[in-house]
Design a protein around this ligand. Structure first.
Ligand code: PFF
Length: 451
């Protein structure tokens, strides 16, 4: 086997994460828009606390083993999401499967940036009071906003910012960015949780979120829980794999896995404790996705004392969550371009963030804007991006990772530092449990669930 490059990605002086910096950056990646608007809603819908329990089980049995596998491949292969795989085994064709993950990341980047842009605009609008006019129709407000051209500007700001951070590298860019933002994120989260739990009628929201309803649990709940565990941990698109290439050999990947899992779960849980009491306290409906964050919540904040401030903090929270995830997504194709085409980091970050911006424009304009009535094969461009990545490409990426680590690469246990029981349990998940369950999710989203 060829000797692996000493430096991750074989470039210049070693640019690596510190041990705490890596954990923060990985938590920053996993805690994103998914935790803040998708998790609370599906929990309420699929059985409250019973679903939460199911989610924890999926996270432990399938999510964390794949998370560990991705980080282990990255650190062992010391390359990008494609070359790390082929660096570790004789069959070089694995890099093409890995390349699929790079492509997935690029596609996700292009539309994730659009939503991140909305959060910035809503932060500014909340703080300036533009969202707290009495009698405002928040649905119309969002439809008009997303259908206009301002989102193109905010989307650009996001892509420039993310491009600059990634262009500065791992320790000087991504690690620093997360080190500043995550503690601030935590403070805002706690302030908002305190605010929402002390609102009149908050208990009803907590009950909706957490009352266990075991009768609501179905096979569908289990697949939704699994799919979300996947999305929430940023798996299946080479993100944790690429970050893993910058981790020191001394760092325990097992401990990192536990820390990232606890962080992701904790944030999702607190997000639920913010969102539901707020929505219920003002007699609003907990709607799904875009509707929850950009329509129901602004309506609640507009009626709250100091609502402009709390609304501003909430959208700032969303913006931070989105931006720390976005840098991790952009790093995947950037690392690929540096390795494969020998581009400098700055050049790769500039070109790829620009390309993702351009590709994201039709996605952004298709939500309520000029392209919203164009529905090729029944879905808007935005919905196509989401469907292809979340329901098809990410599970496929996860499958590639499980098969590679479970069957093709024989020395994964050594790199992960696992022996005995933990190694056997890890392999059991990667070889049998995870592939079967991921296939179920794939088939379900393709043939059953009309997304
Ligand atoms: N984990 C992020 C969330 O929960 O919103 C989304 C995400 C980030 C998905 C990074 C994929 C990724 F690579």
């Amino acid at each position: 086997m060829k000797k692996l490059p000493e430096t991750p990605l074989g470039q210049g002086k070693a640019d690596r994460f510190t041990s705490s910096g890596f954990i923060l950056a990985a938590i920053g990646s996993s805690v994103g828009l998914g935790n803040m608007w998708k998790f609370p809603y599906i929990t309420g819908m699929y059985g409250g606390a019973a679903f939460f329990l199911l989610f924890i089980i999926c996270l432990i049995l399938v999510g964390l083993p794949i998370l560990l596998a991705e980080m282990t491949i990255g650190r062992g292969g010391r390359g990008n999401a494609a070359s790390s795989l082929s660096n570790l085994v004789h069959n070089k064709n694995w890099k093409w499967l890995g390349f699929l993950m790079v492509l997935t990341a690029f596609l996700i980047m292009s539309y994730y940036g659009v939503v991140a842009g909305w959060t910035l605009q809503y932060t500014v609008d909340s703080l300036t009071g533009a969202l707290s006019k009495p009698g405002m129709d928040f649905e119309k407000q969002f439809v008009d906003f997303a259908g206009g051209y301002w989102p193109l500007f905010w989307h650009l700001i996001v892509m420039v910012l993310v491009g600059i951070v990634v262009g500065k590298g791992i320790s000087g860019g991504i690690e620093k960015f997360n080190k500043y933002l995550i503690p601030g994120f935590l403070v805002i989260l706690l302030v908002l949780m305190f605010r929402s739990l002390t609102l009149p009628g908050a208990a009803e929201g907590v009950e909706f979120f957490l009352k266990p309803d075991f009768s609501a649990l179905t096979g569908e709940s289990a697949l939704v829980a699994l799919g979300h565990a996947f999305f929430s941990l940023s798996l299946g698109m080479g993100c944790m794999l690429t970050y893993g290439a910058y981790v020191e050999k001394e760092q325990s990947l097992g401990k990192a896995t536990v820390a990232i899992g606890v962080g992701d779960l904790g944030y999702a849980f607190i997000a639920g404790l913010i969102i539901f009491p707020t929505v219920f306290s003002y007699g609003l409906e907990p709607q799904k996705g875009v509707g929850l964050a950009f329509m129901a919540l602004p309506a609640a904040f507009s009626q709250m004392p100091l609502g402009a401030l709390f609304g501003g903090l909430f959208f700032l929270l969303l913006a931070i969550a989105a931006l720390t995830s976005a840098v991790s997504i952009l790093e995947v194709p950037v690392a690929y371009a540096m390795n494969t085409w020998k581009w400098s980091r700055k050049k790769a970050a500039a070109i790829i963030s620009t390309a993702a911006y351009v590709l994201g424009i039709p996605a952004g304009l298709s939500v309520t804007g000029v392209l919203s009535s164009w529905l090729p094969f029944g879905k808007s461009v935005f919905d196509w991006f989401d469907f292809l990545t979340s329901y098809l490409l990410m599970p496929l990426g996860g499958l590639i990772v499980t098969l590679f680590t479970g069957y093709a690469w024989k020395r994964a246990g050594e790199e992960a530092g696992l022996t005995g029981f933990w190694y056997k349990a890890w392999m059991f998940s990667l070889r049998y449990l995870a592939p079967v369950l991921i296939l179920a999710v794939l088939l379900y989203s393709l043939f059953v669930k009309p997304v």
